[in-house]
Design a protein around this ligand. Structure first.
Ligand SMILES: Nc1ncnc2c1ncn2[C@@H]1O[C@H](COP(=O)(O)OP(=O)(O)OP(=O)(O)O)[C@@H](O)[C@H]1O
Length: 449
């Protein structure tokens, strides 16, 4: 049972997009010919084609209100594009109710919505009519679209000769200039060059500021956190989490990191001593386990700038050892040594260790910016002349930006800006961080990946 309603104007107080129990079924056809003989038999019968059905979206319910900016994240093949295609009407739901109230523009697959033999200019008119705009309205908008797309004389070339970046330029220029109520964007922006990405992100930001409603599918977690006010994580055809972008991104990355760890553990037989990096030392004290934890004490490998992080070193010593020094080191993946605190530098004297115990290093606010880092751990004697155990860069973890990006580079200095205008007519302003645009940060983060 399915029901689809599409209205071209929003109804005040009602969501622009509403899905109730929406599912979509596809058929997967697999051909099973194993031998020439089988191929020969297939000439006379069609039974070697096996048709399996699968559901890329199952029982999805979602409301998107005017002014919302919804980020959609999830692994490859999890149903994100299928969701957008259902909203635009390229696909129909198999089950459930779908209601769209407002004019849509979309940028989904490369070249979708274009006629290959028509020129860029002709395709602008074609798309205008698809988006419900008259020819005279399109005449009015044409110069702006052409200027925005920056295609020069290629605007009069059939689009089948366009590069993928040129398709995106034209597609986005049309989508943004038709002033839709709802703009749907599926990853394709990443295809454009850095300067065009910058321009697109600025336009999306303006579109949002003017009250436009956005649905953005992206694997760029920074863009999702910067642009969206809500996010959903789709996997196995279902919404796994929904809420504030940072929370949903964290939950998704956590799950991905856990899966990666499990896959790695399955790939190699687990050894007590396994893991990347070198290990050395005479073993009089052994570091038996290292855990990186957040505030709640649960070990994980993904953190956000500014949150607490504790590094827990579990040790074992067969004999009593006097005054050992425990230390940790943090390296960025590019090899830069960021920090190397130890118990002696901090004036923490450990009189003696014996048997088992835990030494914890607490970082109240993680100053590291987005990137991949490793932890090294060590325990040495009082004079730093005997190494008991040293694990060099064996514990990787990832850092993602929080709600606010703190700057470029590796660490947040947590400084404060003070601006004096030099005239008495203006009050002195104080801001906590440099003011840079959304597009600056997203384009920079992408170019630095
Ligand atoms: N027309 C179709 N016929 C059959 N199967 C399809 C069709 N379109 C998509 N699929 C399948 O549906 C599943 C979901 O695809 P979808 O494109 O929605 O994933 P996605 O989350 O957007 O992935 P990605 O991140 O790789 O873009 C995939 O297994 C895909 O192969």
């Amino acid at each position: 049972m399915m029901n689809v309603e599409r209205l071209h104007t929003p109804i005040p107080g009602q969501p622009l997009i509403e899905l109730r129990g929406v599912s979509r079924r596809f058929e997967k056809r697999t051909e099973r010919h194993r031998s020439l003989q089988e191929l020969f038999i297939r000439l006379f019968q069609r039974s070697s084609i096996q048709v399996d059905e699968f559901w890329p979206l199952k029982d999805v319910s979602l409301s998107i209100h005017a002014g919302d900016s919804l980020g959609v994240i999830g692994p490859n093949g999890s149903g994100k594009s299928t969701l957008l295609k259902l909203i635009t009407g390229i696909l129909q739901p198999t089950e459930g109710e779908l209601c769209v109230r407002g004019r849509l523009s979309s940028l989904l697959e490369l070249g979708a919505g274009f006629q290959p033999d028509l020129t860029g200019r002709e395709n602008i008119y074609l798309n205008g009519s698809i988006y419900g705009l008259s020819r005279s309205e399109m005449n009015r908008r044409l110069p702006d679209i052409i200027r925005y797309a920056e295609l020069g004389e290629f605007i009069d070339t059939p689009v089948k000769h366009y590069s993928s970046g040129m398709y995106v330029r034209l597609g986005f220029a049309i989508a943004i200039h038709t002033q839709p109520d709802i703009l749907l964007v599926d990853e394709v922006l990443a295809v454009g060059d850095v300067s065009f990405q910058h321009k697109c992100l600025n336009s999306i930001y303006q579109f949002r500021k003017n009250g436009g409603t956005l649905v953005l599918v992206s694997h760029d977690m920074t863009a999702i956190q910067n642009i969206c006010n809500r996010a959903i994580w789709i996997e196995d055809g279902r919404i796994q989490a929904e809420g504030k972008p940072t929370d949903v991104v964290m939950a998704y990355l956590e799950s991905m990191a856990t899966r990666e760890e499990e896959a790695q553990n399955q790939a190699e037989a687990p050894k007590a001593d396994s893991g990347p990096g070198q290990r050395w030392g005479n073993g009089k004290i052994q570091i038996t386990q290292v855990e990186l934890c957040g505030d709640d004490g649960t070990p994980r490998s993904v953190f956000v700038t500014g949150e607490p992080l504790q590094i827990r070193l579990h040790y074992r010593s067969r004999e009593p050892i006097q005054a050992p020094i425990f230390g940790v080191a943090l390296h960025h993946e590019n090899g830069v040594h960021i920090a190397g605190p130890n118990t002696r530098f901090s004036g923490v004297h450990i009189p003696q260790v014996e048997r088992e115990g835990i030494v914890t290093y607490r970082i109240p606010r993680l100053p590291l910016l987005e990137g991949t880092y490793t932890v090294s751990v060590a325990v040495v004697n009082e004079t730093d002349t005997e190494i008991f155990d040293y694990h060099d860069r064996r514990y990787p973890f990832r850092v993602f930006p929080g709600r606010r990006r703190d700057g470029y580079g590796l660490i947040s200095l947590e400084g404060a800006w003070e601006v004096s205008t030099g005239t008495s007519a203006w009050p002195t302003a104080s801001v906590e961080e440099p003011l840079h645009t959304l597009a600056d940060s997203a384009a920079h983060s992408r170019s630095s990946h």
